[in-house]
Design a protein around this ligand. Structure first.
Ligand code: SAM
Length: 286
């Protein structure tokens, strides 16, 4: 049965012979920004939906999975995270999660496209509730250049909350960018990158991310798979790279004692995310 394109938004995964559809009530907005084509829909069952260049970015209903896994595991792995930088992340969902940590003193979000943030403020206000936190600074600039110019060893955690590795985000998956991240991170520093689908991209993007991060000097790398229903295959990943130490020595007691709420993340989820599926062990050689 063909889907009526007026009633359904479909993202086709061209090279994979698959796709994902959401039934829509209406299109709320579309515009060509200086950098990308932005669309907002109201869906029947997933709340608002943001699409950039025909790719699903987030929905109201399930974005918590991604935003919590992009932030809390890395923050609870760092011994004393004070200064956090988010590259991309213009919808502000990751920013909101990072600011739940009272020991974090400063969070700088660097997204190339101010329009993403303005649309998020309008259509996803629940993600933007921490934007006026005095610890937050929202900058609109190219994250590649911003990290290149950052002071050496000045950042504790860099979270790369980017679009797919095409267009303005292509360079956020490049070895030169990881080298600049390594330089900008303090000696206990951690970088965490959204690293696409374990099923579709272990052999390509995820393997290359590990190789490149090791090549520039990171001591320990680990990919955490997690569910994300609206992304290709419904299964997504975040890859952490540590300058020193190991992903297995994270702050367990602090996770249990945390004073903020989460919808997905907890100690058991963190421990589970450290397990590596057999097929990924073979591909990544770990
Ligand atoms: N959760 C999403 C996903 O994985 O599909 C990513 C969400 S967030 C909206 C991605 C952001 O990356 C966008 O707002 C985009 O403007 C930003 N971005 C892309 N390339 C960038 C660059 N070179 N520097 C800074 N931000 C960039």
């Amino acid at each position: 049965m063909a889907l009526d394109p007026k009633k359904w938004f479909t993202e086709i995964f061209q090279n994979e012979g698959t796709g994902f559809s959401l039934q829509i009530k209406k299109k709320c907005h579309e515009e060509q920004s200086k950098y990308q084509f932005l669309e907002i829909f109201e869906t029947e069952t997933f709340g608002h939906l943001m699409v950039i260049d025909s790719c699903v970015m987030l929905t109201e209903r399930d974005n918590f999975l991604y935003h919590e896994m992009m932030s809390h595991p890395a923050i609870f792995t760092h011994p004393s995270p004070k200064n956090v930088v988010i590259i991309g992340g213009g919808d502000c969902g990751t920013l909101k999660e990072v600011l739940k940590h009272s020991d974090v003193q400063k969070v700088t979000q660097v997204d190339i496209d101010e329009r993403v943030t303005r649309l998020s403020e309008q259509y996803f206000p629940e993600l933007c509730t921490a934007n006026n936190d005095p610890r937050a600074e929202l900058l609109f600039a190219d994250g590649i250049k911003w990290i290149k110019d950052a002071e050496a060893e000045s950042i504790d955690i860099i979270i790369i909350d980017s679009t797919d590795p095409v267009g303005p985000a292509e360079g956020l998956f490049a070895i030169d960018f990881y080298r600049d991240c390594f330089k900008a991170l303090s000696s206990d520093g951690i970088v965490v990158q959204q690293s696409e689908s374990p099923l579709l991209h272990s052999q390509s993007i995820i393997k290359k991310v590990h190789q490149d991060m090791k090549r520039v000097g990171f001591a320990n790398t680990h990919t955490m798979p997690f569910p994300q229903p609206v992304y290709p295959t419904g299964w997504w990943s975040a890859t952490m790279a540590l300058k020193s130490g190991s992903v297995s020595s994270f702050r367990k007691e602090d996770i249990d004692r945390r004073r903020f709420t989460t919808e997905y993340y907890n100690l058991g989820i963190h421990q589970g995310a450290l397990a590596i599926p057999e097929f990924m062990k073979k591909i990544l050689g770990c």
